[in-house]
Write a protein that binds this ligand. Structure first.
Ligand SMILES: Nc1ncnc2c1ncn2[C@@H]1O[C@H](COP(=O)(O)OP(=O)(O)O)[C@@H](O)[C@H]1O
Ligand SMILES: [Mg+2]
Length: 375
């Protein structure tokens, strides 16, 4: 009789001690290299301990620099220390309408009105009413807040929040998080000055910082001896190359660990990492594309698939076709942004008759742009 097909799959070698430490939503109990950012957040929020007005905060930095984890970590600590404040975390990729966010905040404040069937203005009124009766100071986090700027109705939420801040007489705190360093500049003046009193910028991690972050995480996630000696260095170097993104670094270890278990290998080796790099890279690319603004996406649409185009030509082609053309200055800014995101390369050439020109080349296969089309 043949053996049971599952019997063959029983693992002899276990790589993970507890893989949950590598899940993207895991919030570590310590945030190495983020002490100054943690301190700034504590400084902005600490007035709530005396029942006073917290400072509203804007947190910015590229993906994987620890923005979300740091804010969640600080809120956890605050709630453990005192019951005067409570945090509500909202990811605007998941909740992206004015109505759904207002309802979510209302519910958090203790209003039990069902979400469906009431108009947005009513949802807003209910929220103000609920705010009157809360026994704690709410601190609302809007992560990926720039997602709301894509939509006119959703953008009105910033005005709503401004009114809440005024109405609540300071018994309400806000934290915005965005990958866009110019997010605040995109807001209207009144909203800008009142809602982002303090900005905290997160810089990308260096290769050695990524290594340290991985080392700490690996202690909890892997069995001792299950990691080949070079695995962490290679994973950290790979993530550093992709822009210093800690999420990518951790994801590489996680996937390679799975791969090692699949092969029933004793250890996670470099070959397992090499096997999963291309998949991780392609997901990172997909993510970078999904974060693009409409204008950036439009510009990329005019870059030829396989050959370089002079920046001036690109501007012309884009301006002719776009319904909302940009100024040349704004266009240049966006080109630099796209270059920073490693989605294009922009090499300066000096050739007659044009003279100094930047030649723009797409840094990824063009069909990926359509695959992640939003509309
Ligand atoms: N300083 C750090 N120490 C430990 N883990 C970190 C640190 N910075 C980031 N991470 C981890 O890296 C991943 C990405 O961080 P995240 O906060 O989601 O980045 P962002 O919100 O800036 O895109 C998360 O799993 C997070 O726990
Ligand atoms: Mg985040």
């Amino acid at each position: 009789m043949p053996g049971n097909i599952f019997a063959k799959k029983v693992q002899v070698h276990e790589i993970f001690k507890d893989e949950r430490f590598l899940y993207p939503e895991f919030v570590p109990e310590r945030m190495p290299f983020r002490e100054p950012e943690v301190d700034s957040l504590v400084f902005s929020l600490h007035p709530v301990l005396q029942g006073k007005k917290p400072q509203n905060v804007f947190v910015c930095g590229k993906t994987g620099t620890g923005k979300t984890a740091t804010v969640k970590f600080v809120l956890n600590e605050l709630q453990q220390y005192s019951d005067r404040a409570k945090g509500l975390y909202i990811n605007c990729f998941q909740l992206n309408t004015r109505h759904s966010i207002l309802t979510q905040i209302s519910n958090f404040l203790g209003d039990a009105t069902p979400r469906r069937g009431i108009a947005t203005d009513e949802a807003f009124a209910k929220m103000l009413e609920a705010l009157k009766h809360t026994s704690f100071i709410p601190i609302v986090v809007l992560d990926e807040a720039d997602q709301l700027l894509h939509d006119k109705e959703a953008s009105k939420l910033f005005y709503d929040l401004l009114r809440v801040v005024e109405y609540g007489k300071g018994r309400f705190g806000l934290i915005f998080i965005s990958n866009l360093s110019n997010f605040v500049a995109l807001l209207d003046d009144r909203v800008k000055s009142s809602l982002s009193e303090q900005t905290i910028s997160f810089e990308s991690y260096s290769p050695s910082q990524l290594k340290e972050i991985l080392n700490q995480r690996a202690q909890y996630a892997f069995h001792s001896g299950a990691l080949g000696s070079e695995a962490i260095n290679i994973a950290a170097a790979h993530a550093a190359k992709l822009g210093g993104d800690a999420r990518i670094a951790i994801e590489c270890l996680f996937r390679a660990g799975r791969e090692a278990e699949k092969e029933n290998s004793e250890k996670l080796e470099i070959k397992h990492l090499q096997k999963i790099f291309s998949e991780v890279d392609s997901r990172a690319l997909q993510k970078a594309i999904s974060y693009l603004s409409i204008a950036e996406r439009e510009i990329l649409g005019f870059v030829p698939a396989t050959k370089a185009i002079a920046s001036g030509e690109l501007f012309k082609a884009y301006s002719k076709a776009s319904k909302k053309p940009l100024t040349q200055r704004r266009f240049r800014t966006l080109i630099s942004e796209l270059e920073k995101k490693q989605l294009i390369t922009a090499k300066t050439t000096v050739k007659p008759p044009r003279g100094r020109t930047r030649m723009i080349l797409l840094a990824f296969p063009k069909n990926k742009l359509e695959l992640t089309d939003k509309n």
